[in-house]
Write a protein that binds this ligand. Sequence first.
Ligand SMILES: Nc1ncnc2c1ncn2[C@@H]1O[C@H](COP(=O)(O)OP(=O)(O)OP(=O)(O)O)[C@@H](O)[C@H]1O
Length: 304
Amino acid sequence: MNVSNNILETENLTKRFGEVTAVKDLNITVERGQVFGFLGPNGSGKTTTISCVLGLLSPTSGKVRLFGEPWQAESLRRVGVVMDLHGFYPNFSGRDNVQIFGELTGPVSDERVDEVLKLVGLADRAKSKFRTYSMGMKQRLAVALALLNDPEFLILDEPTNGMDPEGIVEIRNLINDLNRQGKTILLASHLLSEVEQVCTHLAILKKGVVVSQGALADLISGAGQAGVVFEIITSDLAASAAVLEKAGYEVKQGRDRVLVSAPADAAEKISAALAGEKLYVTEMRRTTGSLESVFIEATQPGKK
Ligand SMILES: Nc1ncnc2c1ncn2[C@@H]1O[C@H](COP(=O)(O)OP(=O)(O)OP(=O)(O)O)[C@@H](O)[C@H]1O
């Protein structure tokens, strides 16, 4: 068995559906031990990429490597996947559901079912009917099923979709636990907070293209090096951007705000410059030094 440090690599992965290019020249590397956030708005190509990794879709061009080897169906035995809540039977217990769905791909021992239910914290409720579970418990049951083969690599696609805050915390804790136990995890999400709180590394996707990638800490400190970024909302964003650009600031206009790179003490000067042109600030915020500022910069409409 290959023990490459690279769990997943994509090389110029491209997938087109007719006229639509869902993923374009995507290069990402997920290394052993990482919780890798795959962050992007809805429709940015996350599920398409995962489907190519899992062999559910054939790439139009480019390559996928798993565990350091060219893609082969056999490698998927070392991968666990949670993409949706399967068709779990509502009137069967959680335990029976794991057993039934697990056995679709091969024999499963009672001990292993008990083990995975314990791993996801469902041992106490294993005999309760699936329909009595909270959303967090249902999702944890899906993770239990994905863990049956003891995979090295877990892929979770939007695992907290539709969950209440309590369920979100349950899943976050579970991801942290599984990572501590040595699992490498790819977490696809459109939720910045979800990625920020559990991921060690991430790639930000916009319209099928990776616009930013690296260790979370490096991305955030990189944002800080560019100087302070003010996020400003005014009644006329285009006019405000023009005024501030003329005043010598580096300005980027987003859909609902203007981003201004400026010295840390520039807030007053910025407001004054705008007020001088009868443009009034309704909101001003410093966003530098957070993943939010990286995300806004990377995915704002004007930016290529
Ligand atoms: N089978 C398909 N046929 C045509 N277009 C598709 C197909 N699957 C995806 N697309 C398009 O490809 C783009 C990427 O979709 P994808 O589902 O990969 O994005 P996503 O980031 O996973 O978003 P979401 O979180 O909403 O699922 C979208 O424009 C989508 O409409």
